[in-house]
Design a protein around this ligand. Structure first.
Ligand SMILES: NC(=O)c1ccc[n+]([C@@H]2O[C@H](COP(=O)([O-])OP(=O)(O)OC[C@H]3O[C@@H](n4cnc5c(N)ncnc54)[C@H](O)[C@@H]3O)[C@@H](O)[C@H]2O)c1
Ligand SMILES: [Zn+2]
Length: 428
């Protein structure tokens, strides 16, 4: 049980970007930026997304509004401090820029957030990366407009205040978190997501699902000690507003997720997934995530040889959404007792027709593992290369993510994490 606060929190917060949603929304970016008086724009993307032609089309469309737009397609899939620095150097040497447009998944959008931060503020990337890895500095200047155009249905990065990266020299995944990183405008055009390969749709979709489930089961905001205004952080715990986004995201996914993976041309399913990703991003971007995301950092960071299907990369990797999902069933079995009704309700929203197992704590893990098997997510951390002897190492990595573990609805220490990892070696 969590300790009872002596002066319970009574305030929660909600932040969101302006949003334009729907088929064809990405054709209006030139108009929207012209309204802001923008003249030169850098479009930021990765090579895989560039190959779909979308970033160049967005750039060409802006020319119709007198905007000079150039495409930078050097984003690294799952960015690192080194790859972000390359993007920053490119933008510095070709600037000044009046605005940035990120076209791609979380990798492109997070890279654009870092570029925008470093082109408008003094210092270097490391100064702003979360302490203790980096200096944890806050930006002093206002950033330029950033339009985020997701082409995956996953991260919700178009709505959030965070930017995630691997710091290569220290072998840790961390990030920068500040309200000013939030994009000015999110343009969610489901048509751009149709070309996502099935493997990307499955992994990115598990990210949506875990954002919704973790923010729905997160520690309730009022269970924290009352903060002073200067102590408030973007993640404030589950609250009535984030609950609404999470519940709707789960219902949409119940009808669309399998369909979108198995038939990428199913426009209705793709649109539902885009709505779900946006909703879950608006929810978790304020409430926060907990154990599955904390565990994902070492699962992705300590990868040995695993190569995911459908990701066009030259190195071993466990994609973000996949790494989050692999301990989710066991994490939710662990957190069940903190809020049984929420765990049961989440399972019902996700699988309205599923039979209820005899033990309620099995319900959400059962629904999740059935879904993961259906969409070809690997069967546990064993299937991406980990063995029992790696567990201490994985636990050590998760324990570094105290910012996330603090949102867990049930206190969690090393031995609890070890049990979750051990039970996640093979899930079904
Ligand atoms: N900032 C946040 O709030 C937040 C939240 C969760 C995850 N993340 C981060 O986001 C990253 C993952 O992002 P992601 O899951 O969106 O995937 P991604 O951006 O890494 O892209 C995955 C792959 O799909 C390809 N791709 C993307 N869209 C495509 C399309 N429409 N057609 C064809 N190919 C396409 C890309 O080229 C790439 O190879 C990770 O670095 C993760 O840590 C950030
Ligand atoms: Zn995530």
């Amino acid at each position: 049980m969590l300790p009872v606060p002596s002066n319970p929190e009574s305030v929660f917060t909600y932040g969101a970007p302006a949003l334009k949603f729907g088929a064809g929304a990405s054709d209006e970016i030139g108009f929207d930026l012209a309204q802001m008086g923008v003249g030169r724009v850098l479009v930021i993307t990765d090579p895989g997304v560039a190959a779909t032609g979308t970033p160049q089309r967005v750039a060409d469309q802006m020319a119709g509004f007198g905007i000079v737009a150039e495409v930078f397609d050097g984003v690294h899939v799952e960015p690192t401090d080194v790859s972000m620095q390359r993007a920053i150097d490119h933008a510095r040497s070709t600037g000044p820029w009046d605005a940035f447009v990120a076209v791609g998944g979380g990798s492109a959008i997070d890279t654009a957030k870092a570029v925008n931060l470093l082109l408008t503020n003094p210092g270097e990337l490391m100064d702003y990366i979360n302490a203790p890895v980096g200096g944890g500095k806050a930006p002093v200047n206002v950033l330029k407009p950033l339009v985020a155009v997701p082409t995956t249905t996953g991260t919700g990065s178009e709505s959030t205040t965070i930017c995630v990266m691997d710091v290569l020299s220290l072998k840790v995944k961390t990030g920068i978190s500040h309200a000013r990183l939030r994009p000015t405008l999110a343009v969610v055009d489901p048509d751009l997501t149709m070309t996502q390969p099935a493997g990307v749709t499955a992994s990115a979709g598990m990210d949506i699902l875990c954002h919704a489930l973790e923010s729905y089961t997160a520690r309730w905001y009022a269970s924290n000690e009352h903060k002073r205004p200067e102590q408030r952080v973007p993640y404030c715990g589950a609250n009535p507003i984030s609950d609404m986004w999470s519940e709707r995201a789960l219902s949409l996914m119940s009808r669309a997720f399998r369909r979108a993976v198995h038939d990428g041309s199913d426009r209705e399913a793709r649109t539902d997934m885009a709505v779900a990703a946006t909703f879950a991003g608006l929810g978790f971007g304020n409430a926060g995530v907990h154990i599955p995301h904390a565990n994902a950092y070492p699962i992705a960071g300590r990868v040995k040889t695993f190569r995911p299907k459908d990701y066009d990369v030259d190195e071993a990797m466990v994609p973000h959404g996949m790494s989050v999902s692999l301990t989710a069933p066991e994490a939710f079995r662990y957190t069940f007792q903190a809020s049984p009704e929420r765990h049961i309700r989440a399972a019902q929203l996700l699988a309205p027709d599923a039979d209820r197992p005899s033990r309620d704590e099995d319900f959400l893990p059962m629904v999740l593992t059935r879904l993961m098997a259906d969409i070809a997510i690997p069967n546990g951390i064993g299937a991406v290369g980990y063995v029992d002897a790696d567990i201490d190492d994985l636990v050590e990595g998760s324990l570094k993510q105290q910012r996330l573990l603090a949102t867990s609805p049930r206190p969690v220490v090393a031995e609890d994490l070890a049990a979750i990892f051990r039970r996640s070696l093979e899930l079904w």
